[in-house]
Write a protein that binds this ligand. Structure first.
Ligand code: AMP
Length: 219
């Protein structure tokens, strides 16, 4: 099953992707996680990406397309994946279309998570991430059992630098200017499913599962 999640930062793509990964046994491909891992390991890609990320800007398309091209060829992607954070520009969407054509992959579903500015700010300011396994929490909505510690691996939870106020502002500007266009891009292809993201993750997940159930039946 091949799924793409679209939506502004803070719309809940990461949380939803992890739920889809768990239920459908397909890997969660988060370009943000891949970049953060590269930054931590101080790889060449990480060093190139760091400044863009810290300023809430998009990492250049060519770098991102190469990353995704390489990742989808890995063994664990053979039966599908859920893409979170890519594409973010029309150029990336076009490149993804070509990659899918080459690999003879048909996208099963594209979900657009539509969240209000209030939801987005509330989610991003309360988001905490595990430094080790990447699990996502929220100080009010999805608290960990022990404050500041990951339920899954016990590692420390931290607030992403780019979830701080000034960077969030820039990320939302970039989203509106560059990424939002993808909604009409995919709408025109008739493959977009709108999800109201101003709800709890469980409720969004139920709607996604219903929709995927229909895809599985019709496939
Ligand atoms: P995310 O974890 O998806 O919110 O991504 C964090 C940051 O990584 C973004 O603000 C960008 O700086 C960078 N990034 C992630 N995915 C992409 C992408 N597809 N294109 C460009 N930059 C990206």
């Amino acid at each position: 099953m091949y799924i793409i999640l679209l939506g502004a930062p803070g719309a809940g793509k990461g949380t939803l992707a992890k739920m889809i990964e768990g239920k459908f046994d397909i890997p969660h491909l988060s370009t943000g996680d891949i970049l953060r891992d590269n930054v931590n390991r101080k790889t060449c890609v990480g060093n190139q990406a760091m400044e863009y990320m810290n300023n809430g800007k998009l990492v250049p398309d060519d770098i991102m397309i190469q990353i995704v091209k390489g990742r989808v060829l890995e063994e664990d992607c053979k039966a599908g994946f859920v893409l979170d954070g890519f594409p973010r520009t029309i150029k990336q969407a076009e490149a993804l279309g070509l990659i899918f054509d080459e690999l003879d992959i048909k996208i099963d579903a594209i979900f657009n998570l539509e969240a209000s500015p209030k939801t987005i700010i509330e989610r991003l300011s309360g988001r905490r991430t595990c430094g080790n396994c990447g699990a996502i929490y929220h100080i009010n909505n999805i608290p960990s059992k022990v404050e500041g510690k990951c339920d899954k691996c016990g590692d420390r939870l931290y607030q992403r630098d780019d979830d701080k106020k000034d960077v969030v502002k820039e990320r939302l500007i970039v989203y509106k200017a560059q990424t939002k266009k993808l909604i009409s891009y995919y709408e025109k292809q008739g493959s977009l499913c709108e999800i109201n993201a101003n709800r709890k993750a469980d409720e969004m997940f139920m709607e996604v599962c219903k929709s995927l159930g229909r895809v599985i039946k019709s496939g």
